[in-house]
Design a protein around this ligand. Structure first.
Ligand SMILES: [Zn+2]
Length: 403
């Protein structure tokens, strides 16, 4: 989302809007420009209507975001797209009750808005509280204040209901997975929820063909793909969680000393596949890491006769873990710190380095099962038989997407 504009910050969450959002504003202006308000008045009315609709979309995302924050899940930003909003959660809790509450909060916000606007409409029009769908459908197109209120009632009802469809990446998919995960393992719950989502996608697609239109078919496609990436993300976390940091350490890793020159690192890198080196001082204390990127930089600036301490990253900047930390958590730590390397320490004693590449490689060795065994049963983590190097771990960084 490189082309987004930050609108404001609320509760520490940045609200951004994607440039293509302008298209839907233009559509709103165009749609109402032929109304009895005249071209300019109608266009302004259309823009106002769309803006109010997106206030509701933003509130829906804040519903997810604030419940997530209450579980100490960081929320970086909310991005508004023409098709809806996305709240970027740092992670989705695997506690089913927490996931359920985060997922359901968005649609509940839409239904709450409906419950506030219905009495407001009653006061404004004097008509029955619920005059029926067809009346509301007609009134929502009127360029009046009560028309806007009716429009917002209908769109919020639609948004709430649509997002509750039990299909990833819709909120309803997460709600279903959370409910299933209360009675069965998380991976199996995900697989069932994805399967239900694909059935929904199939039905939506058929509905699209037989009169629902191209938009429904697009959503069906979106749901089908979204389910697959969710299954992959969950399964890859599941694999990585069963591997401990000590199992990912390279047994005979080379190391460097603070007394050595950069040329020594060049020699090592030429002679081995190792790209990142722990650095020790003369008392054999671990003091830092020389990464390949730093080495390349140092060769350009100080040359091969430069000293290792001038090129290395100090140990205090390198994330650390224990031998029993699982790789899924370690992966998150590395992503959060922005470092592609972490130090494994046991009660202060340095054991070795693990790089993002090590994790990826390990994952590729065991990852093949994702496409095979996971569909049939929960795989035995000790069996490292797969060797199809096609998968990479998927970040646990996830988004709650809404159409
Ligand atoms: Zn949502």
């Amino acid at each position: 989302m490189g082309s987004s504009l930050t609108l404001f910050r609320l509760f520490g969450i940045e609200v951004r809007v994607h440039w293509s959002f302008l298209l839907i504003l233009a559509y709103g202006a165009f749609f109402y420009s032929n109304s009895q308000l005249g071209q300019i008045g109608g266009a302004l009315f259309g823009v106002l209507t769309i803006l109010l609709l997106f206030v509701c979309v933003t509130l829906h995302e804040f519903g997810h975001a604030l419940v997530a924050k209450s579980y100490h899940v960081a929320v970086e930003h909310i991005t508004l797209l023409p098709i809806g909003g996305v709240a970027s959660l740092e992670r989705i809790p695997e506690n089913p009750l927490q996931e359920f509450n985060i997922a359901i909060a968005g649609p509940l916000v839409n239904f709450a808005i409906v419950l506030i606007l219905l009495p407001l409409r009653l006061l404004m029009t004097g008509e029955p509280f619920w005059p029926g769908f067809s009346t509301l459908m007609q009134q929502m197109q009127e360029p009046t204040v009560s028309g806007i209120v009716t429009f917002l009632i209908m769109t919020n009802l639609t948004l709430g209901a649509f997002n509750l469809l039990p299909a990833f990446p819709m909120d309803g998919g997460r709600v279903l997975r959370a409910l299933l995960a209360m009675t069965m393992p998380y991976v199996r719950a995900t697989n069932i929820a994805v399967l239900v989502g694909r059935l929904m996608a199939g039905l939506l697609f058929l509905w699209g063909i037989f009169g629902g239109g191209v938009f429904l078919m697009l959503i069906a496609f979106f749901v089908y793909v979204g389910g697959g990436s969710e299954r992959h993300a969950v399964a890859s976390r599941h694999v990585l969680r069963d591997v401990q940091a000590r199992d990912a350490l390279t047994p005979q890793a080379e190391k460097l000393y603070t007394s050595e020159k950069i040329s020594r690192a060049v020699d090592l890198i030429m002679a081995s596949y190792q790209t990142d080196y722990p650095v020790f001082d003369l008392s054999n204390n671990y003091v830092g890491v020389l990464t390949r990127a730093r080495l390349v930089d140092a060769l350009k600036t100080v040359g091969p006769d430069g000293r290792i301490p001038d090129a290395m990253i100090a140990a205090r900047h390198i994330p650390e873990c224990t031998p029993t930390t699982n790789l899924a958590d370690l992966w998150d730590t590395m992503l959060q710190s922005g470092m592609r390397v972490a130090a494994v320490k046991d009660e202060g004693q340095f054991l070795g380095l693990i790089t993002i590449d090590d994790v990826t490689e390990l994952f590729q060795v065991i990852g093949a099962r994702l496409d095979g065994e996971y569909r049939r049963h929960d795989a035995d983590p000790q069996d490292l038989s797969g060797n199809k190097p096609s998968n990479t771990p998927t970040s646990s960084r996830q988004s709650s997407g809404d159409a």
